[in-house]
Design a protein around this ligand. Structure first.
Ligand SMILES: [Zn+2]
Length: 402
């Protein structure tokens, strides 16, 4: 809140308590405004009477907030609802296209770009083949690609909340440094090195965390869930109330390095028996198949080697899923490359899961990716939508309205 800090520095001490009270009233107003936004996000076509009752806010407060949001173009009247007598109440809805957010996923071989609106609808998605380089020229090119992409989306600068960046590696808990990325082969890259070229607010996080955020966000009535990402590497994310839980060291959701076999196969991390050593997609492709498509084509044709390999793979995957579900007892979404193929084998996977579950649960907690390759870019864009509609930070309203 730079505006408030600036005001304080020009205020004599005698007025500080008044400024404090003024800040409190501003905060309450901002919190109430965010509550109304959130309510409208989750409930289409609400009336101010319903909002007032549901949020326990007075009718004049709700009317004031709705007028303010309408001035900003964030809400619109969509007609009238049925009346139980008297004037028909006016239906109000959130204008999902009032604000947008962009997401960039940096990978070893390409840049993925996505723009979404407040309703998490993808406005545009693009995959550009550019190999990563830890050079200023690469970061400048990244920003140029984003700029061209945004111009094609025809979005005004004022409508863009910010740009989220998904990175394949460990991001420090303060989200300022990409600590280590084996895929990009870099250590300690300050996020500012990338943000420097981007003329919008920037937030960054680990790509599996962001893919998880995107996948979980779109499931109705689910705000807390875990995400298991299966590619060559196996990772994941823990999302609690639409917010990524990173853990004390940023390792939360690193399900790939959960030991499932004591003294088992060697993992990419150097330890033995990790889930990744048994469920990486490399296990399926090995030296016989160039990619997953080839493996699954052979499996469908009844190749014996593939059938045995796939059955053993699902045994270990079921152990991993069951362990994760036993710890978290919540919905679990499987994403990554495997999620294109796995839904065809849910019966056999579910049988294995049932046989492992100690509580007689059916695996109806299991979901599959909606976004596939786009998940981390969409999740990166969601960082700003989440901040705008969520509760963890101050709303990003124009300064002249605060
Ligand atoms: Zn490992």
């Amino acid at each position: 809140m730079i505006f408030i800090e600036y005001s304080l520095s020009h205020t004599t001490p005698i007025y500080i308590h008044k400024v404090g009270a003024w800040m409190n009233s501003l905060n309450i107003r901002a919190v109430n405004r965010k509550k109304v936004l959130n309510y409208l996000y989750e409930n289409r076509d609400a009336t101010k009477q319903i909002i007032s009752k549901s949020l326990n806010l007075s009718l004049p407060t709700v009317s004031f907030i709705l007028r303010d949001l309408a001035d900003l173009g964030l809400v619109t009247q969509t007609g009238t609802l049925k009346s139980s007598g008297g004037r028909k109440p006016v239906a109000i809805t959130l204008n999902y296209n009032a604000k947008y957010s962009a997401g960039i996923a940096v990978t070893q071989n390409c840049i993925r770009l996505a723009v979404i609106n407040l309703g998490e609808e993808i406005i545009k998605y693009k995959n550009i083949n550019v190999c990563f380089e830890n050079t200023d020229a690469y970061f400048a090119k990244l920003a140029e690609s984003l700029d061209r992409f945004l111009r094609r989306c025809k979005i005004d600068q004022e409508q863009l909340l910010g740009v989220g960046i998904a990175l394949p590696g460990l991001v420090t808990t303060d989200k300022r440094i990409l600590e280590y990325s084996p895929t990009l082969q870099i250590h300690r890259l300050p996020i500012q090195t990338i943000a420097h070229y981007i003329p919008y607010p920037v937030l960054a996080d680990n790509e599996a965390n962001l893919a998880g955020l995107a996948e979980i966000w779109h499931i109705n009535d689910v705000k807390s869930a875990v995400f298991l990402s299966i590619n060559k590497g196996v990772g994941g994310a823990v999302v609690i109330h639409n917010k990524i839980f990173s853990g004390a060291n940023g390792h939360a959701g690193e399900f790939g390095h959960m030991t499932i076999v004591k003294d088992g196969l060697t993992c990419s991390c150097g330890k033995k028996g990790c889930l990744e050593a048994y469920c990486s997609t490399n296990i399926l492709t090995d030296s016989h198949f160039s990619d997953l498509e080839n493996f699954f084509s052979a499996l469908v044709l009844g190749n014996r080697y593939c059938i045995e390999k796939w059955n053993r793979y699902l045994d270990f995957l079921a152990v991993g899923i069951n362990n994760i579900h036993t710890i978290f007892d919540c919905d679990l979404i499987i994403g990554g490359e495997i999620s294109k193929h796995l839904p065809h084998y849910t019966d056999v996977l579910n049988q294995k899961l049932c046989s492992l579950n100690s509580f007689g649960e059916q695996p109806n907690y299991l979901h599959y990716s909606k976004y596939y390759d786009a998940a981390s870019a969409v999740g990166a864009a969601l960082l700003f939508i989440n901040r705008f509609l969520g509760t963890e930070s101050a709303p990003d309203f124009p300064k002249n309205k605060q």
